[in-house]
Design a protein around this ligand. Structure first.
Ligand code: ADP
Ligand code: MG
Length: 226
């Protein structure tokens, strides 16, 4: 059975000019990602993985080519509409967690709801539920420095889910973790995909992440390879 495409990418290019040199970070990528897939974006350092993830999440714009999300071309969105897309439709998870150090776990998870104007009365309960979902029900009032790396990444995953996005984008989420903790984070992402039907794209150069994903794409020099 063919799943409905959530993302379609057609002949995507992202070139960077530095002096008189042009780096083709993405050099003609076309593919699609179905609703409910858990896709690994693999490739060596510098192959264009992060560049592609940022374009998918509306953090950057392509030099040429088109990305459709649920039938809507991101290129047709102005800056405001793209900001709304990032806020409502995408949850980001980064290698270095990017938590606000002065805020508790609960406050970090509530923050995207503040920006999305979720009524204050609903924020705390939802953040609590999400932290319980990632196994941190007992750590609500802890600040990032009072948590292990794996726990910080769990907070970041709960934060990514705050506004119930259609798409989770994770850039090397296990890159700063030891292999056992990294496996636990991969198990958590796999559970969110399997039990909640979250569509997830994870960038990694670690082949073991493909033990958890449903499909792998391989980038090399800005191109998809078989
Ligand atoms: P990966 O995530 O696979 O390691 P990236 O997508 O970060 O690779 O980078 C792909 C290529 O594009 C690299 O050669 C990198 O140096 C270049 N690049 C990425 N971002 C920029 C930028 N903002 N300015 C100039 N070059 C960039
Ligand atoms: Mg990268």
């Amino acid at each position: 059975m063919e799943t409905k495409a959530l993302i379609r990418i057609e002949d995507l290019h992202r070139h960077f000019s530095i002096g008189d040199q042009t780096v083709r970070a993405l050099d003609g990528v076309s593919t699609s990602i179905g609703m409910g897939e858990f896709v690994a974006m693999m490739g060596p350092s510098g192959s264009g993985k992060s560049t592609l993830l940022y374009l998918l999440g509306g953090l950057d714009r392509p030099t040429a080519g088109t990305i459709w999300v649920d039938g809507e071309a991101l290129s047709a969105l102005n800056e405001n509409a793209l900001a709304v897309f990032r806020q409502r439709d995408v949850g980001f998870v980064f290698q270095s967690f990017h938590l606000i150090p002065t805020m508790t776990a609960l406050q970090n998870v509530m923050l995207p709801m503040v920006f999305a104007q979720v009524p204050p009365s609903r924020r705390r309960g939802r953040a609590r539920d999400l932290l319980a979902l990632v196994g941190l029900a007992e750590r609500l009032e802890h600040r990032p420095t009072e948590l292990s790396g794996g726990q910080q990444q769990r907070v970041a995953i709960a934060r990514a889910l705050a506004n119930n996005p259609r798409l989770i984008l994770a850039d090397e989420p296990t890159g700063n973790l030891d292999s056992r903790t990294g496996d636990e984070i991969m198990q958590l992402l796999a559970r969110l995909n399997r039990d909640e039907g979250r569509t997830i794209v994870i960038v990694s150069h670690d082949p073991s992440v493909t033990n958890y994903t449903t499909r792998a794409l391989h980038l090399r020099d800005g191109k998809l390879v078989a």
